[in-house]
Design a protein around this ligand. Structure first.
Ligand SMILES: [Zn+2]
Length: 120
């Protein structure tokens, strides 16, 4: 399962970037996932929760931002979006295009919860 190995990767990245003493405090991981990256965010979320359930990352949530598939046309200069990874310009029909986004899978932020302030 593709999403499971990505979830394992996310755990490894957290372990690499955050000191072990802080793992319990990792509140969320922000991800940018392109529409055509081939990743189902619900499955990724499910896999991540499953593999972290009994660990110090059990309270960590994934915050996924979905990135549209965007194509810049070199012929007419218009940027268009679609859901399926179609690289032909939908304005003028030219195939002379450049893909701007939509296939990425990036971790943009690891958020650490601040310790609660006790007011007695
Ligand atoms: Zn065009």
């Amino acid at each position: 399962m593709h999403e499971l190995s990505i979830a394992q990767n996310i755990v490894e990245i957290i372990h690499k970037h955050i000191p072990e003493a802080e793992w319990e405090k990792v509140a969320s991981v922000h991800l940018k996932i392109g529409k055509v990256a081939g990743v189902v965010s619900d499955s990724l979320d499910f896999s991540f929760q499953a593999i972290t359930a009994e660990t110090s990352l059990r309270n960590t949530r994934l915050e996924v931002e979905s990135i549209p598939f965007r194509v810049l046309c070199n012929a007419c200069g218009v940027t268009t979006e679609n859901e399926v990874g179609f690289t032909v310009c939908s304005e003028c029909g030219s195939g002379n295009t450049k893909v701007l986004s939509g296939s990425e899978l990036d971790i943009t932020e690891i958020e650490i919860a601040e310790p609660a302030v006790k007011i007695s």
